[in-house]
Design a protein around this ligand. Structure first.
Ligand code: AMP
Length: 120
């Protein structure tokens, strides 16, 4: 799938709409999900234009990939959920339920995550 730069996370990255920033580095932005599903619900996104995990794995630089990985752990640390545990989810494509076509990881914690996915 080609990257659509009209998606909502691209607009956040361009500063066209606001976000509640949690952390940022050269390659990565972390911000609060607008519709939190747990006490802590942060989205981690690369600043580059990547649709999904396959796109990111195939074309992002090693520095971007390392920064993305580190940011997930950093978010868990600074939001205080690293000790009690948390869940990282990425929805990919149609069957994955991806709504926003810019790669993102959901970092959820602060309370039990529950079953891995709902059955059926
Ligand atoms: P997904 O279904 O994995 O694509 O998840 C998209 C997520 O983006 C959902 O959890 C939404 O609540 C979240 N979201 C949509 N718009 C915004 C926004 N403007 N700021 C923060 N989170 C958003």
């Amino acid at each position: 799938m080609a990257y659509d730069d009209g998606n909502i996370f691209a607009k956040i990255l361009r500063g066209e709409i606001p976000c509640k920033k949690v952390a940022e580095d050269e390659h990565t932005l972390a911000f609060e999900d607008i519709n939190p599903l747990r006490a802590v619900h942060v989205l981690v996104i690369p600043k580059g234009a990547y649709v999904d995990w396959r796109d990111f794995a195939a074309t992002a630089s090693a520095d971007e990939q390392a920064a993305f990985t580190r940011m997930i752990a950093h978010v868990a640390d600074i939001t205080g959920i690293a000790g009690s545990g948390y869940r990282v989810i990425s929805n990919i494509g149609q069957d994955g339920g991806q709504e926003v076509p810019h790669l993102h990881m959901h970092v959820l914690g602060g309370e039990p995550a529950g079953p891995l996915v709902a059955r059926g």
